[in-house]
Design a protein around this ligand. Structure first.
Ligand code: NAD
Length: 258
């Protein structure tokens, strides 16, 4: 089989958390273009439905939208059973939902800290655990977590210690699961994007004013576009990455190189 055929995802059943918009939506579109059926999992059901309809129209693949708060174990279990009901199996899980709160450490409330850790780290664990159980029973699968370059560097000038700690946790959780589940043929990898133009950055009142400074600090002098993460997502989802597990892929236009 040639490499382009190995990159195809025909018939695979995939879900993407935080799939309604931004990076998740672009991943969902890409895997559907490569031949997969895809479930859009998000807290925002209206937007998840619109995204699922758009992807189905664009690609002709089956899509599904499921309202889920990834911090809630009952929601996550319900999401898994909905996907199994409609798709019959789960080959690939993208645990991508995440939030950022920018508060100086000395002023951060416990509630703010817990919120970020709950969504970005506990939510990823709960989703990996639920998807992992299904994949172990099926005899294999691929899990891809969205970490961040903030797992590796401390962003400036905005203060975001909870976000940075949560994303470093995602990278180490990914490696831990890759080791635990290697013999069960469940591969677990993470993608660590640099600054990407999405709602999280472009429409955040605290972050938007910082974009010019981030561009100045960036070797490529621009933010990344969410579609620039599509190729790595398709690669990690499919058979072309059979030997790839426990790896973190930094896609940041060289931001973390200095
Ligand atoms: P976004 O805000 O555009 O989209 C995030 C989506 O996640 C939204 O649709 C939102 O409704 C959903 N979501 C939030 N909390 C949820 C929850 N508890 N349960 C289910 N869904 C929830 O963000 P984005 O920029 O597309 O970010 C996606 C991921 O990429 C996040 O994990 C983020 O930390 C990470 N990331 C983003 C950037 C960037 O610059 N945009 C950089 C590095 C990493």
């Amino acid at each position: 089989m040639g490499i382009l055929e190995k990159m195809r995802l025909d018939g695979k059943k995939i879900f993407v958390t935080g799939g309604a918009r931004g990076i998740g939506m672009n991943i969902a579109l890409a895997v559907a273009q490569a031949g997969a059926d895809v479930a859009i999992v998000d807290m925002d059901l209206d937007q998840a439905r619109k995204t699922a309809e758009h992807i189905a129209q664009e690609t002709g693949r089956k899509t599904l939208s499921v309202k889920t708060d990834v911090t809630n174990p009952q929601d996550v279990d319900h999401m898994i059973s909905e996907i199994l009901k409609h798709f019959g199996r789960i080959d690939v899980a993208f645990c991508n939902a995440g939030i950022c709160i920018n508060t100086p450490a000395e002023e951060m409330t416990l509630e703010q800290w817990k919120k970020v850790i709950d969504v970005n780290l506990t939510g990823v664990f709960l989703t990996c655990q639920a998807a992992g159980k299904v994949m172990i029973a099926q005899g294999g699968g691929s899990i891809i977590n969205t970490a961040s370059m903030s797992a590796h560097i401390v962003n400036i000038p905005q203060p975001q210690c909870a976000y940075n700690a949560s994303k470093a946790g995602v990278v180490q959780l990914t490696k831990s699961l890759a080791i635990e589940w290697a013999s069960k043929k469940v591969r677990v990898n993470s993608i660590s994007p640099g600054y990407i133009g999405t709602d999280l950055t472009l429409n955040s009142p605290t972050l938007k004013p910082l974009i010019a400074e981030w561009e100045r600090l960036s070797p490529l002098k621009r933010l990344g576009r969410p579609e620039e993460l599509q190729a790595i997502a398709v690669y990690l989802a499919g058979d072309a990455s059979d030997f790839t597990t426990g790896s973190d892929f930094v896609i940041d236009g060289a931001f973390t190189c200095f």
